[in-house]
Every structure is written in structure tokens, then in C-alpha cells.
Design a binder for this molecule. Structure first.
Ligand code: HDE
Length: 688
């Protein structure tokens, strides 16, 4: 038998998921990719100690060549992403509506890999631009992989896939100047949307707090396009997929987003990784909106139009199972970067609708994986490989990793009677009758571009409305060409006159809106409170991070009580000190710190506390980082608990506001926790 040595990697043939070390030997001998042990990894081969490097140095050349090829083309959209492994488990059988096995048995846990992303920025851009977030789930079911490739917003900018390259070109960096990176706040984006009224509904969502989420763990997810569920008898119903975060939804303030982007560009990635690392597993419930053709026909819009929601008040969500993310990737590139999602990856029991956006997506994703991963064998990469057996007669191709056996690579055949064959259990497309004249035409039922934009604006809370007006003002203030601003103001007037005039006023352009004529006059729809971001979920501090700033002379009993109360809520207390080496309490005992104040602005936390003694207070008062720490926490409507910092409070002009608690004992800690559970102290936000 061949011995397992570094010289003989074949003796330990790599299986999916094996590490490089496992595949190449015992793991502590450095080798080339051919398994040759390396004796010197510090010096290239030279003609004499100070002489030229020799072309013969194949070890140097292999290492550098591999390095030169380390990057693959990044995704044209959703380039920046963060991912995790987990599982999905249904609550009950859904066999009456779908044949899908992963939705049939509450005992079965289906492994999943989930990738969250931003859309517009490059792979190295920051986590908190104003942007839609991708929410892509790969279910490795026993009947093959099902990819639910969704976003955190339930609608899309365009109705027809043919406009996607235009939309993305408009939002990406402008081609002559190469900026702005990861931002909608520039002329080409607003020019495009001002000329494409179908985008206005999603523009309203994009300008809401949904596009600056607090955490991937606190976002809803949506399949956006309409799909079909098909049962054993072949009966089908339409379905809309929803993900609901168990922690509730939450967003940061715009000013926070801007500051977080500087203080921690990896804010969301770190948050996801750390949460899973410490066992606080993100959870999402899968909700289905199921409706038959008759119900769809009664809606005020077309079920095939991806710029529309089906209000939950009309078709309620049926919660069917839970997704738990319980394992971080082992290797970012091998998993998060190489994972390939395709909406065309479905399982028996799930089928497509004729939504023209979805139909285009069915082509695009496979095509994109071919250029990005460079081979039709991308499904053989460990992260993409189905976890059920798969077999067919496709062969060869760039980077083939399987070694198919035998003479037969065709079907029908008689030479391999045990080879793969069709099965009645396989995918059966819903028998949907289709006929029509070949035509390039947008259906009349897609013509109402304003009613749901109005519905969204009028359904959300006053705070959300106010933030939308500020976001629109901010973005349009970055648009140079006045005609573009005027066109948008004209659209806003149609959506809601109050919003239009608020934004016009804030821009200093009252009365300058261009009059726009809708293709179809909007109607007033019944408001849908389900569209709100705030107030829908139970208040909780679970999964949050509280910044505990300690300065010299702080009261240790108070600190311990506070940390205990925070941890009881299943939140994290992050200990900050002026210097990372630690800080002394009032008895002179030194306490370790996790973070230094200069690198830990309050924007990184959900609520903050500052505990100090007189000497510490004096130092904090003289420290601009401490002053901004407190001022920002107040501005960002955070719960604040303070002890022993009269000087700092005076300097930062903080004290007496709602949600600012001066700690004297345990009951004050409880009051602080109560404010913190509510997320933000909205009473402090000035009225519109
Ligand atoms: Fe995508 N989209 N998209 N998209 N999309 C891609 O595929 C595309 C759309 C979404 O984490 C690309 O693998 C077209 C809607 C997510 O890897 C590409 C159209 C929704 C991800 C592509 C849309 C999405 C992508 C780029 C209009 C929400 C990231 C890289 C017809 C339901 C998946 C890639 C990941 C990625 C095309 C519209 C979500 C180019 C043509 C609507 C979450 O194939």
C-alpha cells in the first residue's frame, strides 16, 4: 500500500471540504503543490549570495505564479459578501402545497449556506453604504440544491431583465471618473431612476432605513420574484418567500452609518462572525405567502410584476420553518467567494412564474458563474457540490475534479444498465398553459408605478417617513444636474405631496418640481403596517452590544451589576478604557479592557455607559474622543447610563434627556436596560 508521505499526496486523495493540510500530508511539512518538501522558504535560488536569481528556481516560480492568480473576477453585483453555514428545519409538513422534500418532514434538518451582501460596491468596499442587501440561501436538500437568492427589500427597481445592465451601470461608479464607490448619491443613478418611474417604489425602500441595517442578523429577507409551489398531484399555487429575523429588524442612523464606515468598515462581517463564534446563532423564520390564480387576479396589480408587494394584510404569511446559522466558514475564499447561487437551482415542488425579471435571472446567474469561476465544473467545488448523490453524462471541461469511470458517457445506453436514468420522482414543470403572439411589449397590468410607492410611504412610522425625506435630500444634494433633481421632485409630488414639498424645501427648490404625467394615475391603497421597520417586533437587547467605558476611579460594584444585567439580556458588554492596557477602579485594582477609546466610538454600540471616578472624569473631559463618544450617543438616540462624570456631561451637554440615566444603584441599571431594550429613544428625535 502506498505510504502517506508529503511526497505522495495521492495516497490521501482530497475529499470535498478537506483542508489543504489534510490533502497534502501530515500538515507540518511545507511542500510545493506537487508534494515536494521545501527546505528553505526564506531565500530564492541565487548565483551566489548577492548574485541574480536563477530561472531554475521552480519553487519561487510556483509560489509567485499561484499568488499572481489568487484573485478571480469579483461579482459584477453583490461583490462584497459575508456568509455562514447552518441548517433549515420545517415546523410542519407542507406536502399539501409542495412536493419539496425539505419542507415535508419536521424531523429533517437541511444544511444551508447563506451569503449576505451589498449590491453596488466592490469586494473591498465598506459594509454600511446606503444599499440593498442580498440574502442568498443555498439549501443542500436530499433532492438537490435549492437556491433562494433574495434581497432584504421585497421589490425590485425594474420589471424586465433587459434593463438590469442599465440599472447597474447607472448605480456603479461613473465610468469616466471611477467614483463614487458603493453609493446611489450621484447623477447617473438619479438620472436613470428619474426616467424609469417603475423604479420609484424600490427607490422609496432604498431611501428608508432598510438600506442601513444594524446587522445581517436583524434584517428581513425576501425572494422578491413570484415562484410556484407544486404538489404531488401537479396542482400549483403562487408563492412569495419571506425571511423574518428572530431578533427583530433594526437599522442604524445615517450619521452612524457614515461614521461606522470609517471606524469599522467590516461592521456587518465582524458582527456576523463574532455572533456565531460565541454561540449566539442568528435565526430567521421562513414565511410563505401562498395564493392561487383567483386570489392573484383580485389584486390591484400583476403578481408577475417584481416592483410590487402582496400586502400581508391581504395574504398573510404562513410561518413554515426556521433557519439557524451556527458555523462560520473555514475559509473565506473557498466558501464565501466561490459559492455560486442561481435562481434556476430549484427542487421538485418549486417552480418559476413568468415574471420577466425572474425569467432573465434564470439565464444570468449560470452565465455569470461561468465567467467568474471559469469552468462549467463549478458545481464540483466543495461549497457548491450537492450533498445528495448526483450523476449524469456530462463530462470533461476545465478543472474537472471528478473521475468518472467506465466507457459510457451517453444515454440511452445498454452497456451500463446500472448507470443514471430518468426517474418519475424528478422535477416536473407545472403544467401552465402559455400562448401568445411574439412581441416586445410591457403588459398594461404593469403600468401603475406610483400606487405602491405611496402605499409604502404612507404605511411606515413617522420616524421612517422623516428619515426617507432626509435621505432623499442628502442624495439629491449630491446630484449636480438640476433637471434631474426637478424630475425626481415631480415624481415625489405624485407619490405624496407632503413628501415632495418637504424634500423640495430642504433642497431649497420649492416650486421647481417638473410636472410628471403618470402612465396610470395612482390609487390610494389600504395602508400596510407590516411594511414598517420599527414597532413590529418585541423589544429586546438580545444579540446587541453595549459599550461600557471605564475611566480611572470607577465604582467596581456598579460596573459588575451593570455587566451582569447586560449579560442577563443575552447582550454583550464591551469594556472600553482610555488605554487598552486597562484601567484602575476606585480601590486601585486594575481591570482589563477589550478596546481603547480612540478606536471605539459610540457608533459601534447599541447603548453606552460611562463609569468613572473624579480623576477619570477630569481626563475624559479633556479628551475629545470621550466627548464625541457621549455627544454621538445622545444624537443617535441611544440609551445612556452615566456615573461619576459630571465634568464630561457638562462638556458634552448631556444630562436630563429621556433615556439618559444617572446610575446610583441597581434600580437605575434596570431603567437603563429598559431604555436599551427599545433600541432607540425616539422621543429625543426632533419632530420633522
Ligand atoms: Fe441578482 N445577480 N440579478 N438579483 N443577485 C447576481 O450573480 C441579476 C436580482 C441577488 O451572494 C449575479 O453570482 C439580473 C433580484 C443576490 O453570490 C448576477 C437581475 C434579486 C445576488 C445577477 C437580478 C437579486 C445576486 C452577480 C435582473 C433579489 C448575490 C454574481 C433580472 C431577488 C448572490 C452572481 C451571492 C447576484 C443578475 C436581479 C439578488 C450578475 C440579471 C430581483 C442576493 O448573475
Amino acid at each position: 500500500m502506498a505510504k502517506k508521505t508529503p511526497n505522495n499526496p495521492q495516497s490521501a486523495a482530497p475529499k470535498g471540504g478537506e483542508t489543504h493540510q489534510q490533502a497534502s500530508g501530515n500538515g507540518n511539512i511545507l511542500t510545493t503543490n506537487q508534494g515536494l518538501p521545501i527546505s528553505d522558504n526564506q531565500n530564492s535560488l541565487r548565483a551566489g549570495g548577492r548574485g541574480p536569481t536563477l530561472l531554475e528556481d521552480f519553487i519561487l516560480r510556483e509560489k509567485i505564479t499561484h499568488f499572481d492568480h489568487e484573485r478571480i473576477p469579483e461579482r459584477i453585483v453583490h461583490a462584497r459578501g459575508s456568509a455562514a453555514h447552518g441548517y433549515f428545519q420545517p415546523y410542519k409538513s407542507m406536502a399539501h402545497v409542495t412536493r419539496a422534500a425539505f419542507l415535508a418532514d419536521p424531523q429533517v434538518k437541511t444544511p444551508v449556506f447563506v451569503r449576505f451582501s451589498t449590491v453596488a460596491g466592490g469586494a473591498g468596499s465598506v459594509d454600511l453604504p446606503r444599499d440593498v442587501r442580498g440574502f442568498a440561501v443555498k439549501f443542500y436538500t436530499q433532492e438537490g440544491n435549492f437556491d433562494l437568492v433574495g434581497n432584504n427589500i421585497p421589490v425590485f427597481f425594474i420589471q424586465d431583465a433587459i434593463k438590469f445592465p442599465d440599472l447597474i451601470h447607472a448605480v456603479k461608479m461613473e465610468p469616466d471618473r471611477g467614483y463614487p464607490q458603493a453609493a446611489t448619491a450621484h447623477d447617473t443613478f438619479w438620472d436613470f431612476v428619474s426616467l424609469m418611474p417603475e423604479s420609484l417604489h424600490m427607490v422609496m425602500w432604498a431611501m428608508s432605513d432598510r438600506t442601513i441595517p444594524r446587522s445581517f442578523r436583524m434584517m428581513e429577507g425576501f425572494g422578491v420574484n413570484t415562484f410556484r409551489l407544486v404538489n404531488e398531484a401537479g396542482d400549483w399555487k403562487f408563492v412569495k418567500f419571506h425571511w423574518r429575523p428572530v431578533l427583530g429588524t433594526s437599522a442604524v442612523a445615517w450619521d452612524e452609518a457614515v461614521k461606522i464606515s470609517g471606524a469599522d468598515p467590516d461592521f456587518h462581517r465582524r458582527d456576523l462572525f463574532e455572533a456565531i463564534d460565541k454561540g449566539s446563532y442568528p435565526e430567521f423564520e421562513l414565511g410563505l405567502q401562498i395564493l392561487d390564480q383567483k386570489m392573484a387576479d383580485q389584486l390591484a396589480f400583476d403578481i408577475l410584476d417584481a416592483t410590487k408587494v402582496v400586502p400581508e394584510e391581504i395574504v398573510p404569511l404562513e410561518m413554515v420553518g426556521k433557519l439557524v446559522l451556527d458555523r462560520n466558514p473555514d475559509n473565506f475564499f473557498a466558501e464565501t467567494e466561490q459559492v455560486a447561487f442561481c435562481p434556476s437551482h430549484v427542487v421538485p415542488g418549486i417552480d418559476f412564474s413568468e415574471d420577466p425579471l425572474l425569467q432573465g435571472r434564470l439565464f444570468s446567474y449560470l452565465d455569470t458563474q461561468l465567467i467568474r469561476l471559469g469552468s462549467p465544473n463549478f458545481h464540483e467545488l466543495p461549497i457548491n457540490r450537492p450533498k445528495c448523490p448526483f450523476a449524469n453524462f456530462q463530462r470533461d471541461g476545465h478543472m474537472q475534479m471528478l473521475v468518472p469511470k467506465g466507457r459510457v458517457s451517453y444515454e440511452p445506453n445498454s452497456l451500463d444498465p446500472d448507470g443514471p436514468r430518468e426517474t418519475p420522482l424528478g422535477l416536473r414543470t407545472a403544467a401552465v398553459p402559455v400562448e401568445g403572439t411574439k412581441v416586445r411589449l410591457r403588459a398594461e397590468s404593469f403600468a401603475d408605478h406610483y400606487s405602491q410607492a405611496r402605499l409604502f410611504y404612507r404605511s411606515v412610522t413617522p420616524q421612517e417617513q422623516k428619515h426617507m425625506a432626509s435621505a432623499l435630500t442628502f442624495e439629491l444634494s449630491k446630484v449636480d444636474v438640476p433637471e434631474i433633481r426637478r424630475r425626481i421632485l415631480g415624481h415625489l409630488d405624485i407619490i405624496d405631496e407632503r413628501l415632495g414639498s418637504q424634500v423640495a424645501d430642504a433642497l431649497g427648490m420649492s416650486g421647481e418640481a417638473e410636472k410628471m404625467t403618470p402612465a396610470k394615475a395612482p390609487i390610494d391603497l389600504e395602508p400596510s403596517p407590516a411594511l414598517r421597520l420599527y414597532g413590529k417586533y418585541k423589544p429586546t437587547l438580545k444579540g446587541r452590544k453595549v459599550g461600557v467605558l471605564l475611566a480611572p476611579g470607577f465604582d467596581v460594584a456598579l460596573k459588575n451589576g451593570l455587566v451582569e444585567a447586560i449579560e442577563k439580556e443575552e447582550a454583550t458588554a464591551a469594556i472600553i478604557a482610555p488605554r487598552v492596557g486597562g484601567v484602575e477602579d476606585s480601590a486601585g485594582t486594575k481591570h482589563a479592557a477589550e478596546m481603547a477609546l480612540s478606536g471605539s466610538p459610540s457608533v459601534l454600540f447599541d447603548a453606552v455607559t460611562v463609569l468613572s471616578g473624579p480623576a477619570g472624569d477630569k481626563a475624559l473631559t479633556a479628551n475629545p474622543d470621550a466627548v464625541t463618544f457621549l455627544m454621538d450617543a445622545l444624537r443617535h438616540l441611544k440609551a445612556i447610563a452615566l456615573s461619576g462624570v459630571p465634568g464630561l456631561m457638562k462638556k458634552a451637554q448631556v444630562g436630563g434627556e429621556v433615556g439618559v440615566v444617572e446610575l446610583t444603584g441597581a434600580k437605575d441599571v434596570a431603567a437603563f436596560i429598559e431604555f436599551a431594550r427599545n433600541g432607540r429613544v425616539w422621543e429625543r428625535e426632533p419632530a420633522a
